[in-house]
Design a protein around this ligand. Structure first.
Ligand SMILES: [Mn+2]
Length: 330
């Protein structure tokens, strides 16, 4: 597709033509991935389509309030891949949604909607806009491009607003563009439940999560002229508080508040792998670092998962790459 209006029309064509849809976001669903899956599912059902919505486990407690979640098959893939149309949201490549090949290969039409900087055009229809704050922003624009004048319901608006607000870090990251704010404003006007979203996502933390945050900050180390902050959480750290590696939301962003820190890393020892979350204060592109370890993401927020290495080996290998990057920043 050459331009964005064309690809929106191509998506609507696929929606009108399709009867049985499969919709999925990426592994470790975040607010954008899940919010878009839910809004899209609701929209298609309103249009009389049959929808199988899938989300990989596990859904964070902060996203369980999202309207329509009961319709999503969490961790349950369909037995028979008898769908005519697939919509993959937020998946920069066809593996990001998990092992979906048997479903994707069987479908007539594969629609790919994404906003990642590095993204494959693996669909029959692709709408990739790395200038968009979130996939939710793109989905709202898709509604606007609809000739029939279909608008999000208040529930769909709540799901999409959640995507915009979480991907922009509550309208803080550089992707907080005029367009992102325009879309957010329109979604509020359509009935997005902003109070609830703020309360659940931003003003709720468990005792365990706060204790783990304390441990993480205690273990934070500054390296390479204080330009690199490294937090290593081992199995033992999680066990101490009865916590799981998924209860670390927001921790990796904390060190970027320190003036001079260019890159922050949170390295976690998980049962079968080591996972790395990376944040940049703005000058370094951490998606490039993550790519070197088989991961990906955005310039300011990226990550990777590494198997077959100890947490110390991962931390050392990562530090070596980071050292070069911060050296080049000067
Ligand atoms: Mn996103």
């Amino acid at each position: 597709m050459t331009n964005r209006e064309d690809s929106f029309q191509a998506i609507w064509k696929a929606i009108r033509a399709g009867k049985k849809f499969f919709i999925a976001g990426h592994l470790n669903p975040d607010g954008d991935s899940l919010g878009c899956t839910l809004a899209m599912t609701s929209l298609l059902e309103r249009l009389g389509k049959t929808v199988y919505a899938y989300a990989a486990p596990a859904i964070g407690n902060d996203l369980k309030f999202l309207p329509g979640l009961d319709k999503v098959h969490v961790g349950e893939l369909p037995q028979k891949p008898d769908f005519d149309t697939i919509i993959l949201l937020e998946c920069s490549d066809r593996k990001r949604g998990g092992d979906l090949d048997y479903i994707l290969d069987a479908a007539k039409t594969l629609v790919n909607i994404d906003h990642h900087l590095v993204s494959d055009a693996y669909g029959h229809v692709n709408h990739i806009d790395s200038g968009a704050s979130s996939t939710a922003e793109i989905i709202f624009q898709l509604y606007e491009a609809c000739e029939e004048g279909i608008l999000p319901t208040p529930e769909e608006a709540t799901c999409l607003y959640t995507g915009v607000v979480t991907d922009t870090g509550r309208f803080v990251h550089t992707n907080t563009t005029a367009e992102a704010l325009r879309v957010a404003s329109a979604l509020v006007a359509l009935g997005a439940d902003v109070q609830k979203i703020n309360q659940v996502i931003y003003f709720t933390k468990s005792y365990i999560e706060l204790k783990l945050l304390g441990r993480a900050l205690e273990k934070m180390e500054m390296r390479f002229d204080n330009k690199y902050s490294e937090i290593i959480l081992t199995k033992r750290d999680f066990e101490t508080f009865g916590a799981t590696p998924s209860q670390t939301q927001g921790i990796v962003s904390q060190p970027t508040m320190i003036p001079g820190v260019e890159i922050s890393a949170l390295i976690k020892e998980e049962p079968d792998k080591v996972s790395v979350n990376l944040r940049s204060r703005g000058r370094a592109d951490v998606s490039r670092i993550a790519q070197q370890f088989g991961g990906g993401g955005h310039a300011r927020a990226a990550g990777c998962k590494i198997t077959g290495k100890t947490i110390t080996e991962v931390a050392d290998a990562l530090a070596e790459v980071v050292q070069d990057v911060v050296k080049q920043l000067g």
